[in-house]
Design a protein around this ligand. Sequence first.
Ligand SMILES: [Zn+2]
Length: 333
Amino acid sequence: MKAGNCPSAGNLRGLGLIARAMAQNRISHAYLVTGPPGAGKKQLVEKCAVFLLCQDPDMDPSHPSACGTCSSCRKFQRGVHPDFLELKPQGRYIKIDQVRSMQNMIAFAPLEGKRRVVSIVSADKLNINASNALLKTLEEPPENTHLFLAAASSSRLLATIVSRCQALPLDQEKEVLGRNFASPASDQASFFLEYVSGCSRELSGKMLEDGILEIRETLFSFLCSGKKKELFFHTSQRIGRSRQALDLSLTVLNTVTRDLLLLLSSDFMQDRHLINLDKASELIKLAHGLNYDSLMKYRKLLEKAERYLERNVNPGMIADALLIFWIKEEHRY
Ligand SMILES: [Zn+2]
């Protein structure tokens, strides 16, 4: 396969790194590519994948490439290679079930050749549960399986995931995404909005219109209050007033849980990688009163709430459950 469909025909640095690792039999289990939309992340991942799967790759260090003619290359080109797995968002996120079914598949030896490649090009779309499930694979990677993650920025991933991946350089580093992303909202919440909208201006506009920032404020006021019982009714009414409001609330609570887990797992060292960056001081205070186990429990509750919402359970009831958890938590201390 020639340069693929990358307009720049570039990305030789990243592919060169893979080729060298392959020659030395030291290919990493996980790589992470970061760069703004349009920078060629997907192309680089595909080039590396077809190269790793090829039965007769050209190892020329100045221009490594897959042969393009072996049965593996042909299957890859037709999109039917059995050892190439892609995890893509279903709806807004990549969900835990998708990660689990990938894990079931990689538990067995590759079908076609020596290796298997898993591509997660929208790794910033892994929801918190999916991220934590993926972490298991990164901690104990099966042999001959290589994961390629890509995201606009590593700050959008759990620090524990980032630390287990080797960085793969893109040839063209364009301007950091955050600077290009013109958000109609205040700069304060721009990190948060970028994250939840996947940097889609259209989706971010729609979420703003639907009141996601108001919902976030309501939730933070509740979470940071020492009088949660008194705020319970008001908060529940707001976040459970409709399916749409509850859906947005779940989005917010997922980012809050992710941020709190990040703080706890990094001894508060990763505060600049928070999604709710403008709420760092609130989150740090909140995290001090929490432990990892309760947060994991809350993550499970959020997962359950998502399923209930899909099954048309009354949003008000789901909202109550999401808030009561925090009231109970407050009384444990
Ligand atoms: Zn080939």
